[in-house]
Structure formats: C-alpha cells, structure tokens
Design a protein around this ligand. Structure first.
Ligand code: HEM
Length: 502
C-alpha cells in the first residue's frame, strides 16, 4: 500500500532497484552496513529505499542520528513501527502496545528496579553463577580436569547465551525464575524467541506453525510470571532486590498500581531485550580477546593488580570497583562500537517532516520532506565505524578509549555527559546524546535503560572468564545480519586453557 503514496518533488532520493515490491530488501538484508555505505556514496546522508513494499527513509551520520532519535514521538513513532513484532512476544498492555506516555512511565518503573543499590547486590551473584557454570558445563571439561597445559574449546555464542540467561534470571528476574528454569522454560523461551525474527517483522500474519508456537509460548510464559506474582502477593517472602519486587511497588501518575499482567509482560520484555543484546556483545568481546592475547593479558593484569591477595587468590569485586577498571571498560566500549547488537532503529512517520538543511543538501525545490507514511531508519552502527570520524575505524583497538583528547573520548562525553544538556522524558533525565557518533544504546526518549546492567553483566563475565582462562582463536568471525541482533557467524569456537592449577 505504501508504494501507492505519490512521489513528490521534495521526496528524498530513492535507492535504485530492479524489482518494484522487493526493492533493496536483499542488499539491505544481507549486509545493511555495506548497503548504507554504498547508498551514502551515491545519494548522501538522506535517502529512501524500498523494503518489501515499505518506503524507508534513512538518515545517516551524527546529524542523521539526531534527526531521527531526537525526533518527537508524535511524528517519528516507535510503537507504530514495532508493535506488530513485539506485542505477540511480550504480551499486551506494555511497551509498544500502549501509547508512548504510558510506556515512558513503565520505563521509569523499570529504572527503579535497576537502581545502583540493586546493581550492587548483583556482582557477586553473577560471578558465582559463572563460576558454577564453568565448574559444571561439559564445554569446560578441560578446565574442570585442572591441567593447565591442555587446551579445550567452547562454542562462544551457545555458552554466552546460557550464561546470559542464567545471570539475568539470578539477578533481575528473581529466584523463582532462576529455579523455574527447567527444560520447559527453555522450550517456551525458544518458541518466543523464534517469534522475534526479521520474518516476523516483515510478515506479521503468516499462517506458520512457528507463529502458533510463539502465541502459545507467550500465554504460558505470561501465566508463569503471573503465578509468581500472585504467590508473592499472598506471602511475605523477602525479595527486595529483584525487578518483580520493584514493579509491584510502583504507581502510575494517576495513582494506579500495575496489574499482574502488566508486570508479567514487562518481565518478558526485559528478558527478551537483555538476552541477545548482552550475549552477542559478550561473544564479540571474548572473540576479540581470544584474537588479541595482549589485550586479554592487560585485562588479566588489571584484575591481578586490584583483586589478587597475598595468597595468590583473586577476591570478588564490588560494583564500585568494577566501574573503575579502565582496561575492562575500554574492551566493552570498543566491542559495542564495532558490533552494536542493533544495526537499524526504526520509526513510523505519522506526519510530513522537513529534513534540516544542515543534514542534507536541499533538493531543487528547496528542502527534502520525509512524507507521512514512510518509515525512518537510524543506524548509529554506521557512524560508529565511519572512517571519516574514527581513525582505523575497522580495527578493534580498545586503547583508543584511553586517549582523553581523542575522538572516542569526545564521542563518549557527548553520549553520556552528566553536566551537558539533558532531557527528561519522564523516566529520569538522560544526557541528550542524540548527536554523538557513538550510540550503541540508542539515544533520546527510547534510549536503553539496561545500559548499566549490561555493563555490570558484561564486566563481571569478562573478568571472571579472563581470571580463569587463556583464550585463543585464529580470526574473529564475520557478522551475521540475518538475525534480529547482529551475531558472529560460525565457526566461532574459542580455544581455552586453564590459567592456574585447580
Ligand atoms: C532500548 C541496545 C541491553 C532494555 C534500546 C535501544 C538500543 C538498545 C539500541 C534503542 C532502541 C530504539 O530506539 O528503538 C542495547 C544493548 C544492550 C541492551 C546494546 C546490551 C549490550 C538491555 C538490557 C535491558 C534493556 C539488559 C533490560 C534489562 C531496554 C529497554 C529499551 C531499550 C526497556 C527501551 C525501548 C524504547 O524506549 O523504545 N536498547 N540494550 N536493554 N533497551 Fe536495551
């Protein structure tokens, strides 16, 4: 239907394509970054491409990021772009199933559950969960045997996915979820997850068995959480540090507390939002550390310096200590620069929007206007590897973050500056950051609220693995863009050796 929108002289240029409905779907789907860079060369920072009948207007570069991510939700709307994908998975009454003002209140509730006080309690739990995993999982048999001269190997993504769900459920999700993580939980989770793919996004209503399995899994998962909440409401158990506890105490501005379904569905949304993003980032980080033993050694030495006692044993970190480890921090930042899990951020255009002349050279009729009915797309992933912004943009080099006058430090400051301009969207003031070339967690009103949790989870993961293991790999794999979240392509096995005797 979108193709019926008449073309106007002020429309942005359209990327050339042979097939009318399909448009650029294949080139975009196989390698969106390459597609964006090629189109940018021909058409500049603002252009439209056809994606299976949808008209998608892309705005690139820091100014493009600002145009889209700093846009008003009344014109560049997220729920219109995402709800058909997310509501069948998360459930009703939350996130993109409700008007933006309501979701912003829900983000505020989640922020309470992610308070520094809660995060402090999580470091030790995450560390313990990973150490137990290393001591039990068959992939780490060689580690368990204790001979520091023997090499073993693990499938990076598989291991990271398991560790991510274990650590998130132990902390945020709460003890009932952690102890309820049996085979049937895993199956339900997989069925839900299989409903969260680019196919589901492009074709929301296919009569496929996977869609039916998704819907059944959503109902079961919803009931699983509702039962936990009901039990908690009936009892007096003490769960002060988890998200369900925080959500049970919150009230909307009109004084209403959250009902059981809303809490359940927010919990499912958080499970899904944190799972692939964190496990992909953890995978890329370990793959690069395995390929760069010098950096891995620097991470290890940083651990030794701060946490090794006179008996040679390493002690646990506190949350405050974890936040003060520059080498570890630079590894996470650099990994997120080169491999941001989300390559495309979309909004639906509810009204005509003129493109600022500073962003794109004006058309012969004055300016470009993004027409109502298009989608807009931002890709901070492009500005994060733009060779005109970053020196050696395609080299994974964590040390770039330690140069306090360098581009990386400036970009980071723009993204996070506490003293700079801030906006309060209702879930707590956030740094504006919409014009930074570095935005792995998005920017503006839809900016991620899981950032601190993700840093904590990833920081503890990397430290714990590097404390115990030496890693190696021939080369870091290429990107797989066919999944919702950008993943490393197989083969992606890392070889490991125990650092010290058992
Ligand atoms: C939003 C990235 C982890 C919850 C976002 C967005 C990005 C992002 C790019 C913006 C999406 C948009 O504008 O359309 C990441 C990355 C993560 C991560 C790179 C880890 C490395 C998490 C975790 C949670 C979470 C652990 C939950 C505990 C959310 C929520 C939003 C969000 C609630 C808001 C969506 C909106 O307002 O529309 N994230 N995320 N994320 N993320 Fe994350």
């Amino acid at each position: 239907a979108q193709l019926l929108i008449p073309r106007r002289a002020t429309d942005p240029p359209v990327v050339f394509h042979w097939l009318p409905f399909i448009g650029s779907a294949i080139a975009y789907g196989n390698d969106p970054l390459n597609f964006f860079f090629e189109a940018q060369k021909k058409y500049g920072d603002v252009f439209t491409f056809i994606l299976l009948g949808r008209r998608v207007t892309v705005a690139l570069g820091p100014k493009g990021n600002n145009f889209i991510l700093g846009g008003k939700s009344t014109v560049f709307n997220a729920e219109d772009a995402y709800t058909h994908l997310t509501t069948p998975v998360f459930g009703k009454e939350v996130v993109y199933d409700v008007p933006n003002e309501v979701f912003m209140e829900q983000k505020r509730f989640v922020k309470v559950g992610l308070s520094a006080e809660n995060l402090k309690a999580y470091v030790g739990m995450i560390e313990e969960e990973i150490e137990e995993f290393l001591a039990r999982d068959p992939a780490f048999k060689v580690f368990q045997k204790g001979d520091p001269n023997e090499w073993g190997s693990f499938e990076t993504v598989k291991v990271m996915q398991e560790i991510t769900i274990l650590t998130a459920s132990r902390t945020l999700q709460g003890k009932e979820v952690r102890s309820g993580m049996d085979k049937s939980f895993a199956e339900r989770y997989n069925d839900l997850d299989n409903g969260f793919t680019p196919i589901n996004f492009m074709f929301p209503n296919l009569p496929l068995p996977s869609y039916r399995r998704r819907d059944r899994a959503q109902a079961q998962m919803s009931k699983f959480y509702v039962d936990i909440i009901k039990k908690r409401r009936a009892g007096h158990d003490d769960h002060e540090h988890d998200m369900i506890a925080a959500l049970m105490q919150q009230k909307y501005r009109n004084g209403r507390t959250l009902n059981d379904r809303e809490i359940a569905h927010i919990m499912i949304a958080l499970l899904m939002a944190g799972q692939h993003t964190s496990s992909a980032t953890g995978s890329w980080a370990l793959l690069h550390l395995a390929a760069n033993p010098k950096v891995a050694d620097a991470v290890y030495q940083e651990q030794v310096k701060h946490f090794q006692g006179p008996d040679g044993r390493m002690r646990s970190m506190t949350y405050e200590e974890l936040r003060e480890l520059p080498v570890l921090d630079s590894v996470i930042r650099e990994t997120l620069r080169m491999h941001p899990p989300i390559h495309s951020i979309m909004r639906y255009v509810r009204d005509d929007v003129p493109v600022p002349a500073t962003l794109s050279a004006p058309s012969k009729d004055g300016i470009y206007v993004v027409p109502k009915g298009h989608y807009v797309m931002a890709s901070p992933a492009v500005s994060q590897v733009d060779p005109t912004v970053w020196k050696d943009a395609s080299v994974w080099d964590p040390s770039r973050w330690n140069d306090t006058d360098g581009v990386a430090a400036q970009a980071f400051k723009m993204y996070t500056d506490e003293s700079g301009e801030k906006i309060d969207y209702g879930f707590g003031a956030v740094s504006k950051g919409t014009e930074s070339p570095y935005q792995p967690f998005g920017a503006g009103r839809h900016r991620c609220i899981g950032e601190q949790f993700a840093y904590l989870q990833l920081g503890t993961l990397i430290s714990t693995i590097i404390r115990h293991l030496e890693l190696k790999i021939e080369k870091v794999p290429e990107h797989n863009y066919h999944t919702m979240i950008t993943m490393p392509l197989p083969p992606r096995d890392i070889q490991y050796k125990r650092r010290t005797k058992a």
